[in-house]
Write a new protein. Sequence first.
Length: 562
Amino acid sequence: MDSFDPLFRWRRRSIGPISIPAVAFLLLLATPAPADVSGIVFVDLNQSGVREAGEPPAAGVAVSNGLDVVRTDAEGRYALAKGPRGFVFVTRPAGFDCEEWYRRDPGDFALTPHPAEEEFFFVQMTDLHVYDRADELIEEFGLSDPWWAPSRLVAWFSLRRINQMLVPRFTLDPVGGLREALSPYREVSDLSDTSVYLAYREEFQREGSEIGNVRGKIEGALGEIAALRPRFVLATGDLVLDANRSPAEALERRLDLYRSATASMGVPVYSMIGNHELRGVVRDDTSEQDPEYGLGLFETTFGPTYYSFDRGAFHFVALDTHRPSPGEDDPQQWAWNQMRDEVKHWLRRDLEAHGDRVKVVLNHEPFFADPSWPFDAEELAKYVVSDEGIFEEHGVAYSLNGHVHFNGLERGEPTTHISTGALFGMGWYLPPALFPRGYRIYYARDGQLYGAWKLVGEPLLGFIQPEGEEATHPASATLVDPEALAGPFDLVAVAADAQGPFKAVSLELDDRPVPVQHWGDYFVHARIDPAPLEGKTATLTLSGERESGETLRTRLEIHARD
């Protein structure tokens, strides 16, 4: 247990007979802190935001001060001490939303009903790094040539680094990809490798260039996600290009763009803190006493940096694993992979209060290290967070993360960890053929998440069960091995066109149609009986017909045991 539960340690000591002063001390510890914050949670039937006659109280709703978690009584009342960051917030229950779900002063929470959802479709996007001027990436992140290094040497090192970071199944070679992206704008066939890189960078910075149209790329990607009509969107951190070092004017523009672009999507977006939202932590001119320093900017803009909400049978927990970690060389240093004590304490209380639900933890930094990621052990140590046994203790089923800009998967008991690649690829800078831009679509059903990574602007057609490339199509932790099929099995597939459903989706086993059950617009389920194959190899074909009449197909071979 953590430092916020002194009684836990007292109960485990053998202290012998207790004196009257000791009993008094224990009673003092056990006495609840004064209720500094109180109010009522109610169902806002007319959506006025104010409780009116006939609007019922909401009993049993979890309310927190960022440390403790209480349930509202039969009259919808809650009472809490003031929390460590000054917030009180409600866990938005399944079947309800709450526009003003957090407060810094005592008051009521108005719940707005929305249709109940036993199963639902949602999207996770991460690492948007929103900015609106192409030159800012160059200026703030050192992509320009330092005075002491020749341009061609910088270009050579940059190409080498790009090559190390590429995901082979998506990419051309670096120079080939840059040539292809640049060729509509200028003749590049006679340029050397380093000259191609320098020319591409120059075009990216050119005012009015489509390559450097960062705002258009961001709005296009968010518009595509909105067109899929998810019930909600998770934005798991690094929402803006940078708050660590950016000047106030640039940061304000980026936050305005993020808020306006996500608001225009027309679906609920749950925003979470990433290391790039830590305000001024590498600027000498930003004081730690500034109310927006560190976590303060996110809190001022979006509210608490950790919170929870329910959807259907699922309980989603958004975490914050950033804490000050001052060193001799850097008194303002922050760690990105450590939960503060109050966050650990709250996490335990929150998970305890929702023990009957399927628990999904959301965090920017990952809780696992996928061996396919191109990082050495020292780099991974900076990225990977320890859950300190809390996930196993409370049966967390899934953790969904970002930060590393790569897809990844680790199946475990009880937790399956899934990392999603960056929506912005590599800085909205490299063409998507080189470093992919994408997001992950999920279907939640029967206590499990079925998910697939989708490239921006591209159709997605693939098998999740019984087979799917793990980092791309993670599903439940109970995948069927197609090489060991001895009886009927469940098949789950995903079929999403570039910006919406396919016109029609079908499945065939060899040449025989297989009935499918549609799960929402993008996922299908079928029960496959391999017995008629009599030990032979057969082919499952998944087809998606586009609005244009074009049909896309993907295939999976299966073999039934004799």
